[in-house]
Design a protein around this ligand. Structure first.
Ligand SMILES: [Zn+2]
Length: 309
């Protein structure tokens, strides 16, 4: 199909559905009127006007409303349709549902339900043959190289890093979670070395978050609720000091928050085993460990959420 023709058809279809949806989502106070029109009321920005339409920088596109990671820049392509186009999404991040027009498939942020746009297939624009047609205004962009000071970071060890990553990644305001190793003596350790329990490293996740949408305090509480902080050098079936519970603080403020949270748990009668340690170097784990549960479509078996605060 001719690209210009395609973009005209897309524009007509998008505008046709603009007023066909009810306005039933919660309003977030930090959304502007224009953002809310698209994100909450399922409107459509004018084609060729969005700030990410021609954007080419490497990085991750995240939900404007909740900060969840939605698309990698590697999957963005030029479709000439007037809106940012992606031929793949981050696994589990985008929800598909029938549009009220009865023809198209609407896409929403799977975490918060923010309206993103529509998804089309069979247009043969890329090898994957899929086009997520997304409103720029529904997105924020996190560059691959993060400028210091804009985002917060946290390092938590709570057993198998796949699981800790799985739970934290879904939290609104979390930009990225990376599995890796901290707290040992060996430089650039490999997974098999860490598994011997001889390198001193703990399986750790590094969380990058948007301080405007969440906080260290909140993430720390969640961390203490998605693993068992009373187990010593193990977490369920995983035994060894690489599975220990440990908070690696990056500054004094984090140390104080960590101490107060563990004191709260102790006052509730928990025999807390979690250590609080100044962070040493974090080494990202091998690629196949990243996003393990999303990539493999599995659900964790060894950790569960337990309300403790
Ligand atoms: Zn969202």
């Amino acid at each position: 199909m001719n690209k210009l023709y395609l973009s005209i058809i897309t524009a007509i279809l998008l505008f046709m559905s603009e007023n066909s949806h009810s306005q039933d989502n919660l309003k977030y106070s930090d959304l502007s009127k224009e953002e809310s029109y698209v994100i909450d009321s399922k409107g459509t920005e004018r084609p060729f006007t969005g700030k990410y339409y021609k954007h080419k920088e490497p990085g991750t596109y995240v939900c404007k409303k909740c900060g969840s990671a939605l698309y990698h820049s590697d999957d963005k392509f030029e479709s000439d349709c007037g809106w940012p186009s992606f031929d793949d999404e981050i696994k589990g991040a985008v929800k598909r549902l029938p549009d009220a027009d009865g023809m198209r498939i609407e896409i929403e942020c799977a975490s918060c339900g923010a309206h993103l746009g529509h998804v089309f297939s069979g247009e043969r624009l890329t090898v994957k043959n899929v086009r997520h047609c997304v409103n720029s205004i529904s997105l924020d962009f996190v560059p691959a190289v993060v400028e210091p000071g804009r985002y917060g970071a946290a390092l938590f060890a709570g057993g198998c890093f796949w699981v800790v990553e799985y739970f934290l990644q879904k939290e609104p305001g979390v930009i990225s979670v990376t599995s890796g190793y901290t707290g040992g003596d060996v430089k650039n350790p490999a997974y098999r070395e860490v598994c011997t329990g001889n390198t001193g490293h703990a399986e750790t996740v590094k969380v990058i978050y948007d301080p405007k949408k969440t906080s260290y305090d909140k993430l720390l509480k969640l961390f203490l609720e998605i693993h068992d902080p009373t187990q010593v050098d193990r977490q369920g079936p995983d035994i060894g000091d690489q599975y220990r519970s440990e908070i690696f603080y990056l500054n004094e403020e984090q140390r104080k928050i960590a101490e107060s949270k563990l004191a709260t748990l102790s006052s509730k009668g928990l025999k807390v085993a979690t250590a609080i340690t100044k962070a040493s170097e974090f080494y990202p784990a091998e690629n196949y460990h990243q996003d393990y549960y999303f990539k493999n479509g599995k659900v964790p078996y060894c950790h569960a959420y337990t309300k403790r605060f």
